[in-house]
Design a protein around this ligand. Structure first.
Ligand code: GLP
Length: 238
């Protein structure tokens, strides 16, 4: 079942953070897959506040990163591991029990992919952003519901976003993503979407027929999907 929740933009980040804190309280050993990008920034800001105030802890939780650029140096400001550490993980009073970043610095990328595919087995909750072309993680258009965790060629728009939107020091050569198979096998999936620039692709993901050209549309087959959006992103859903 797909549940669509439309929230005022000002309340959106804190509400998603409150829901994450609830999940952590209910299941302290939560196995959680987290995205980066601009969308979750207000969520992580609010979640850090809630965890610091003692509402929840990551101390027993496992965090699995959703995706990563290939070809950016360690510590690059656009790297997903750099961003998740700076925005969330390094700001927690107690670190998660385990953090599985994607080891794109391993010269054997196939081995890194295999390790990450294993880390992404049995996720309780996958949190996703939505790409302007309908991608989730780096499951770009053309990805199928059974697409595995893998190295992907990036759409030109995604490579450009690394530099233009996230300040990468160079253009990434590829991406590694948790596969659609692992996302669809998770206990719960939350798709987070904000801002009027995403209104058109959100409408396509939710209202048009399921289509691998818009991988987010395939999430609707998940039995427990929440699409949590602000009013601006929801503008074309009527
Ligand atoms: C990026 C990432 C995704 C992210 C999406 C949306 O390229 N690969 O994991 O969720 O695109 O990004 P943003 O939230 O910055 O719009």
């Amino acid at each position: 079942m797909t549940e669509l929740r439309i929230l005022p933009a000002a309340a959106w980040g804190d509400q998603v953070a409150a829901d994450l804190a609830d999940r952590l309280r209910a299941t302290p050993a939560l196995r959680l897959c987290l995205p980066t990008g601009a969308t979750p920034v207000p969520v992580y800001e609010a979640l850090v506040r809630r965890v610091r105030s003692g509402e929840a802890t990551f101390a027993d939780a496992t965090v699995v990163l959703l995706d990563e650029w290939v070809g950016l140096p360690p510590g690059d400001p656009a790297r997903c591991d750099t961003r998740l550490r700076a925005q969330l993980l390094d700001r927690l009073p107690a670190p998660p029990a385990a953090v599985h970043a994607i080891d794109v610095d391993d010269p054997d990328l196939d081995a890194a992919v295999a390790r990450h595919a294993a880390a992404a087995v049995g996720l309780d909750l996958v949190v996703l952003g939505l790409g302007m072309n309908g991608h989730v993680g780096f499951n770009e258009p053309g990805s199928l519901p059974d697409s595995p965790t893998r190295i992907v060629r990036l759409a030109a728009s995604s490579r450009e976003a690394a530099m233009a939107r996230y300040g990468a020091s160079t253009v990434p050569t590829a991406g590694i993503t948790v596969g659609m198979d692992r996302i669809l096998a998770a206990g719960e999936v939350w798709l987070l979407v904000t801002g009027d620039r995403k209104a058109g692709i959100l409408r396509r993901a939710l209202r048009d027929p399921e289509d691998p050209d818009c991988p987010a549309s395939c999430l609707r087959r998940h039995p427990n999907l929440q699409v949590i959006v602000d009013e601006e992103a929801a503008a074309l859903l009527a």
